[in-house]
Design a protein around this ligand. Structure first.
Ligand code: ADP
Length: 436
């Protein structure tokens, strides 16, 4: 309480007691007039308190604050100050909320604030367009009851939101959606759904362009290669033309391999993201076949290839694709290492939850800065050397795609001067064990 408040309170005391003191002195009855003074002061103060209470009860609006003298006046102006500060704070909060609402309304992506149970707290206009969740009518409903997609329901309740979920929203006109959920406080999640239809269309156009162009190139290339093979083996071919014909044949073969790899890649991309479990692939015997084929091509194979088949588990998936994984990895281990390097191809259970197919060599290894990028299309550590060896730069990209389509993952570890290891792990539910 300020000094001026006590002064004005003293002023109020004087207003009551000075007249009482004068009347007491004049009448010679000081005690009676002091008692009257106390009663008057008490009644005045009680009146002030009653008015104050009435003002508080009516909402204590600063505009109709009662006027008092003394401490009560100080209390009224204190409350009025607090109210002004609160209303300024509330204004700025309202401005923030309305800016946030304008921002989310302007977003082309659906934004939905959820409770961990899935109860919708708020959503924007785009949520209505993309997921049919209305910002007005659907608040407090459960998202899994409104957006009924089994993949989404599973994703939401699994609670693992590191990766976005790609789904097709059939209810809103076959839109390709990418859904991301981000926890942003202890009991709130924000769901962001993005329409990927345009991106998917462009992706599909690119894929079908590559596939068509490769198909168109395949036939003329086969004819050219056929003529070149006949020509280079022709007994009457002049000596000075031999080198040129051989080189043309080599390049045509390289081009054929490139076309085959491009076709393989676009075939893998055009099929479902998860391979059907239609075939039981005997991985062990495919390893043996690939190794035999490689050893038979004696012109290139002067490596020490060993196999280690520790399990007879089969893998459920696409035989042609798994064959291409094994042959790509084995051929790489031969192509990219010195003659005489040892290569170990193995198939074994890693633990109860997975089986591993790995190809390890004791070659020159790969520097760490390249490892992350090896599975990018056309990425090569040494492009010139890879071309010389007939590489296309697509092999590991195909391997990664196929392994992921079989719900596995590819790990690459390598050390310069020590060798490299390419490991493909497949989950238990993709395996068919002999005793099952
Ligand atoms: P490429 O057709 O060139 O073999 P890949 O995609 O199969 O294309 O491999 C990409 C690059 O990774 C290769 O060019 C090579 O530099 C490197 N690489 C792959 N396997 C090995 C290996 N076993 N040892 C050393 N380098 C390798």
């Amino acid at each position: 309480m300020s000094f001026s408040a006590w002064l004005s309170e003293l002023n109020r005391v004087l207003i009551v007691f000075v007249p009482c003191a004068i009347a007491g002195m004049v009448s010679g009855n000081m005690v009676v007039f002091f008692i009257i003074g106390f009663i008057a002061y008490g009644l005045w103060t009680a009146g002030q308190m009653a008015t104050l209470k009435k003002w508080f009860d009516s909402g204590a609006h600063a505009g109709d604050a009662p006027e008092f003298i003394g401490i009560a006046d100080q209390m009224v102006s204190g409350v009025a100050d607090l109210q002004r500060q609160n209303s300024a704070r509330q204004d700025s909060l309202e401005r923030l909320v309305s800016q946030f609402n304008e921002l989310t309304a302007a977003l082309p992506d659906a934004v939905i604030v959820l409770k961990p149970s899935g109860e919708i707290q708020s959503s924007n206009e785009a949520a209505d367009n993309l997921l049919h969740i209305s910002p007005d009518g659907d608040t407090h409903s459960r998202i899994t009851q409104l957006f009924r997609d089994p993949l989404f329901t599973e994703y939401f309740f699994a609670g693992k939101f590191d990766e976005p979920l790609e789904v097709q929203a059939t209810t809103t006109g076959d839109k390709e959606l990418s859904i991301r959920i981000i926890p942003f406080s202890e009991d709130r999640l924000v769901l962001i759904a993005q329409d990927m239809s345009q991106t998917a269309r462009i992706h599909e156009m690119r894929r079908s362009f590559i596939s068509n162009a490769s198909h168109e190139l395949r036939t003329p290339l086969t004819v050219i290669l056929g003529y070149l093979e006949t020509l280079s083996g022709h007994p009457k071919l002049p000596e000075e033309c031999k080198a040129a014909t051989n080189s043309a044949e080599l390049q045509a073969q390289r081009m054929k391999q490139l076309v085959e790899d491009l076709l393989a890649l676009s075939r893998i991309e055009s099929t479902a993201s998860v391979a059907k479990e239609s075939e039981a692939i005997p991985v062990g015997s495919i390893i043996m076949d690939v190794v035999k084929e490689t050893e038979l091509s004696a012109t290139i194979c002067q490596h020490d290839i060993r196999t280690q088949i520790e399990t007879d588990a089969s893998l459920k998936g696409d035989l042609q694709e798994i064959h291409s994984v094994i042959s790509n990895l084995v051929n790489n281990a031969i192509k990219h290492t010195e003659l005489g390097t040892s290569v170990q191809v193995s198939w074994k259970m890693a633990d109860q939850d997975s089986a591993e197919l790995s190809v390890a060599d004791t070659g020159q290894g790969i520097a760490p800065e390249h490892i992350e990028r090896l599975t990018e299309r056309f990425y090569r550590v040494d492009a010139g050397r890879s071309r010389e060896k007939g590489g296309t730069g697509l092999g590991l990209s195909i391997v990664k795609h196929v392994v992921e389509r079989h719900e596995g993952h590819l790990r690459i570890s390598s050390e310069l001067g020590q060798g490299s290891r390419f490991t493909c792990s497949f989950p238990a539910h993709r395996l068919l064990l002999e005793n099952q």
